[in-house]
Design a protein around this ligand. Structure first.
Ligand SMILES: NC(=O)C1=CN([C@@H]2O[C@H](COP(=O)(O)OP(=O)(O)OC[C@H]3O[C@@H](n4cnc5c(N)ncnc54)[C@H](OP(=O)(O)O)[C@@H]3O)[C@@H](O)[C@H]2O)C=CC1
Ligand SMILES: N[C@@H](CC=O)C(=O)O
Length: 440
């Protein structure tokens, strides 16, 4: 570990940027004692340096000019904490080309342009460290790259988005309304600036693409992920699930299939309530990894929020100072896309059980029509429940669970049902998953 003072610049003084500044001030001595790294916060750049932030910093540290970091040769590490994939990309490239090692938490950018950014880093003999991009404060990338280095990893699954898990938990435990909880998740700093990707499964998909690349040694990107979010989930779904012994979670799953292809999927999933993953609350994440030597390992912690994420960012700064990050980055060999063609058995062909919620006309024969459409597609019904229609309402909620079938078959049957003009709105379809066990 270097004894010299390491000067750090932060771009993006929002939720995570403030957390990193706070750690660099408050934990300075602890970090130096534990690691020998003497970290100095040299500059903070943001578009807006007048709005009060959650941490006080000397005024002279603040700037709106990116060149105050990029053009300052005394700054060794640029911590880029700007979201999105446009300005953030330009900033990262500028920092790499200025010879700075970069720390980022931006999973959207890595999942979309990781290969390009990595090659710019290599051309400039610097590295990109990205522990905070996946699962917030959980050191999951370190676990994959160092702790589990001796293993072939066969499967990874987990809860990778704190915002959606917080929303589902509040809906399940307190019956809270979706939009109100989302607003709270934004106030608490869990959600993205634009929370669309939190709730539509995209953010979890970004993280899954990054983790799958590291686990399987192939260049996956976001377009390889089939994803669905929690936007259509209603409290009824959570309550029905509970009655059946399930908890609703947004799961990301990446697996190497026996045929050698890979599947990368994000979807709301009913998981048996007695599974550990079913009990992960609020903004917490949990990630399960299956290694060829170690078997099942599981990692748990806060997946979103200022301080947990800043903790992971600071760990990366320290790893850069120690030389570990550069070493790991230089040795990170991912099979290029053209070579691996990593994709992907059609997830919608996989056999699973499903839960379907439909608003059906409250008329004789409607249930029979729906079950015959399902039957024609070879779908066997395991259970069905019809809630009594409130007075004056013409539609009732019907919940059907199926035996194993494919999502393609379900979608086809639901299209046929839709054409019959007997339902209102879009049906909600949720997979019921079996959590893979600890074999051996
Ligand atoms: N919050 C969390 O829990 C986690 C976040 N992340 C990731 O970390 C990154 C930062 O997230 P977070 O801190 O929550 O986001 P915030 O929106 O809170 O902060 C981003 C900051 O960057 C500023 N900014 C935007 N564009 C520029 C620019 N061109 N130059 C300088 N500053 C700019 C923003 O200003 P303005 O507000 O004016 O746009 C804002 O102050 C994102 O990529 C996010 O996905 C990762 C893990 C967890
Ligand atoms: N918005 C993200 C933040 C961390 O990556 C989430 O909710 O998980």
């Amino acid at each position: 570990m270097s004894e010299k003072k390491i000067r750090v610049g932060i771009v993006g003084f929002g939720t995570v940027g403030c957390g990193v500044a706070k750690i660099l001030f408050d934990q300075k001595e602890t970090i130096q004692q534990k690691t020998g790294a003497d970290l100095e916060l040299a500059k903070i750049v943001d578009l807006d340096i007048t709005t009060p932030r959650s941490v006080d910093v000397p005024e002279e540290l603040l700037s709106t000019d990116i060149n105050d970091i990029a053009g300052d040769d005394s700054i060794d590490i640029a911590v880029v904490l700007v979201g999105g994939t446009t300005a953030a990309k330009d900033i990262q490239i500028k920092m790499l080309q200025s010879g700075k090692n970069v720390v980022t938490a931006n999973k959207a950018l890595l999942a979309k342009h990781g290969a390009e950014l990595f090659s710019v880093a290599r051309e400039n003999n610097v590295c990109i460290a990205f522990e905070a991009s996946c699962a917030g404060g959980i050191p999951i990338i370190s676990a994959i790259r160092s702790g589990l280095a001796a293993n072939d990893i066969e499967r990874i699954y987990g809860i990778l988005n704190g915002t959606s898990n917080y929303i589902l938990t509040c809906m399940e435990q307190n019956g809270d309304d979706f939009p109100a909880v989302l607003e709270r998740a934004q106030e608490l700093g869990y959600a993205e600036a634009d929370p669309t990707l939190d709730i539509n499964g995209g953010d979890c998909g970004h993280k899954l693409a990054i983790l799958a690349s590291l686990c399987f040694g192939c260049e996956f990107e976001f377009s390889d992920v089939t994803y669905e979010g929690i936007e259509k989930i209603a409290i009824t779904d959570i309550e029905c699930g509970r009655e059946m012994g399930y908890s609703l979670k947004l799961l990301g799953v990446a697996e190497k299939q026996p045929c050698g292809e890979y599947t990368l999927q994000v979807s709301p999933s009913f998981v048996p309530s007695d599974e550990i993953i079913a009990q992960v609350p609020g903004p917490f994440n949990a990630v399960s990894l299956f290694g060829s030597c170690v078997g099942h390992t599981m990692y748990y912690g806060r997946g979103a929020g200022m301080m947990p994420t800043a903790s992971a960012v600071t760990a990366d700064i320290i790893e850069i100072v120690s030389g570990n990050s550069k070493h790991l980055f230089d040795n990170l060999k991912l099979k290029p896309r053209e070579e691996t063609k990593p994709l992907v058995a059609d997830i919608k062909d996989q056999q699973k059980r499903f839960y379907i919620r439909i608003q059906a006309k409250d008329e004789p024969g409607v249930l029979a029509k729906m079950s015959s459409a399902l039957g024609e597609n070879g779908i066997s019904i395991r259970g069905a429940l019809q809630q009594e229609a409130p007075a004056q309402k013409n539609y009732v909620t019907v919940v059907i669970t199926t035996h194993k079938t494919s999502r393609n078959m379900i979608d086809d049957a639901l299209n046929k049902i839709d054409e019959m003009n007997i339902i209102a709105g879009e049906p909600v379809c949720i997979q019921i998953v079996e959590i893979p066990g600890d074999e051996g």
